[in-house]
Design a protein around this ligand. Structure first.
Ligand code: NAP
Length: 483
């Protein structure tokens, strides 16, 4: 069993550019524990010059990494998977300390995050081209896949490991080098991962981590540099839109994993106990701080009260506390700003007529805690139905017909994931086909799987992570014409 002190002492707090290096000028910024607000570590604060150093390092080894046999690249990724799995407890504790989630959630994330290295270690050797005779008889067509080149990944705080590994795994498998700029709230996990990758045999320069409190300023010179070929971003829709604009100048390849507003639709014919179990996962996984979190519950009126009562019963067993406490099932939110956002959305819903069935008030005190909360009879004009709550709050709304249920589910600018509970197969398929989201869970409260293509439509972005699609994001297609 590793202690908090040992874990924190083992994490590099310098930038990782071919190994640990100080930020130019030696600046640092603090990383806080959301459970008590205490400073966990001071981490190197990269400058724009440091970002360019990381790109220099990536460019210097890009050709050699691309030419490394795919089997060899795959074997390095596999060793990263093995070592991450062996050190799961250490990484889980580190994530809980800097992000706040309960330890079992962090353990799940280590398992999930590590899987991207195993999956893409297997995909590395399955990048295929094509060869055919032109139908006109004028020659031969060869189609060849090549790595796009040096990539920049910008990642959020809610899954400090997995949001990085979903990008690093396929990029490295495809033969790309990568610079990661993790969220300033949770930079430690990515620094620890960079060190582990190096220990697993990843050549210097292939993966760099630049931690910074000035994300815009530090990433700008990279987006302006013609040597960078791709930006992959996971975060809010607002920042994603800005980054697409900034990427236009260099015509960068971009992948955008953005915000969500997932509907959880329960029909009269559903297995209500299963729906409640699924709702617990879809709502409370990662403390509700997940882009895939069910943001609003649309329940057919025939089962509305039964579903609500059972969900209140299930959610009232949630234990709010520091993520490191073994009894805790719900940790704190990431910071005060997030606590204010969640509180405001609940207060707004109540002000326009929603009923509080559970929770509804922050307990106060040190740390950014908010209890599991259920709101019923939420009016259509409540902000919580339109905005991503990113917290443990379940607003419930009734509907009458299937058409109304589908229309309510689609009444959002977002389109990441939707959840549907019904025992009618025809209805399940009708809804899955009609719903405007990149992913649909049918009678399932968790859909994330490294072997499946994860991603959204509409304001939830574009591009896919995981599955056989994931590696395509890091490959360009070259057509070679032959006689
Ligand atoms: P965010 O504020 O958009 O930040 C995401 C990342 O972008 C962070 O590293 C942040 O750095 C950086 N950033 C912020 N402004 C920037 C700028 N002007 N230029 C360059 N980088 C910039 O999002 P967040 O609050 O960390 O994460 C929550 C959001 O992520 C939610 O909307 C959630 O739905 C979304 N998300 C989506 C997925 C998905 O797969 N679709 C998965 C997880 C999360 P700093 O930390 O320094 O601000």
């Amino acid at each position: 069993m590793v202690s908090e002190r040992e874990v924190l002492q083992s994490v590099p707090t310098q930038l990782w550019i071919g190994g640990p290096v100080d930020a130019t000028g030696g600046g640092t910024f603090p990383v806080h524990n959301p459970a008590d607000g205490q400073v966990l570590a001071e981490v190197a604060d990269a400058t724009p010059e440091d970002a360019v150093r990381a790109l220099d390092a990536a460019v210097a080894v890009q050709a050699e990494w691309a030419a490394t046999p795919s089997r060899e690249r795959g074997e390095i990724l596999r060793r990263v998977f093995d070592q991450l799995t062996a050190r799961a407890e250490e990484f889980a504790l580190l994530m809980t300390l800097e992000m706040g989630k309960a330890l079992p959630e962090s353990r799940n994330e280590v398992r999930y995050g590590a899987e991207f290295f195993r999956w893409f270690s297997e995909e590395a050797v399955r990048v295929h081209g094509r060869y055919l005779h032109a139908p006109s008889g004028t020659g031969r067509i060869m189609v060849h896949k090549q790595p796009v080149g040096p990539c920049l990944a910008i990642t959020p705080w809610n899954f400090p490991l997995a949001m990085g590994t979903r990008k690093i795994g396929p990029a490295l498998a495809a033969g790309c080098t990568m610079i990661v700029k993790p969220a300033s709230a949770t930079p430690l996990t990515m620094l620890a991962l960079a060190k582990l990758c190096s220990e697993a045999g990843l050549p210097d320069g292939v993966l760099s981590v630049i931690t910074s409190s000035r994300s815009g300023a530090v990433t700008q010179p990279l987006l302006d540099d013609p040597r960078l070929r791709k930006l992959t971003f996971t975060g809010s829709t607002e920042v994603g839109k800005k980054l697409v604009e900034k990427s236009a100048n260099g015509l960068l390849r971009t992948s955008m994993e953005l915000g969500g507003n997932a509907p959880f639709v329960v029909f009269d014919d559903a297995d209500i106990d299963a729906a409640v179990q699924g709702a617990m996962l879809a709502k409370l996984r990662n403390g509700g701080e997940a882009c895939t979190a069910a943001n609003r519950f649309h329940v057919q009126n025939g089962v509305l009260e039964e579903f609500t009562t059972k969900l209140v019963e299930a959610m009232s067993n949630t234990v709010l506390g520091p993520g490191t406490d073994p009894n805790t099932t719900l940790g704190p939110l990431i910071n005060e700003e997030q606590l204010d956002t969640v509180s405001e959305l609940v207060d707004d819903a109540v002000a326009v007529g929603a009923q509080v069935r559970l929770g509804g008030k922050a307990p106060g005190g040190p740390g950014w805690f908010y209890p599991a909360t259920i709101l019923s009879e939420v009016p259509a004009n409540a902000r919580i139905l339109r905005e991503e709550v990113f917290g443990p709050v379940a607003p419930i709304v009734g509907f009458d017909t299937e058409q109304e249920g589908l229309a309510a589910a689609n009444n959002t600018e977002f389109g990441l994931v939707s959840y549907v509970y019904t025992r009618d197969l025809d209805r399940a398929l009708r809804i899955a086909e009609g719903i405007e989201s990149g992913m649909v869970g049918i009678n399932r409260g968790v859909i994330s799987d490294p072997a499946a293509p994860f991603g959204g439509v509409k304001a939830s972005g574009f591009g896919r992570e995981g599955g056989i699609e994931g590696i395509e994001e890091y490959l360009s297609t070259k057509y070679i014409a032959l006689t």
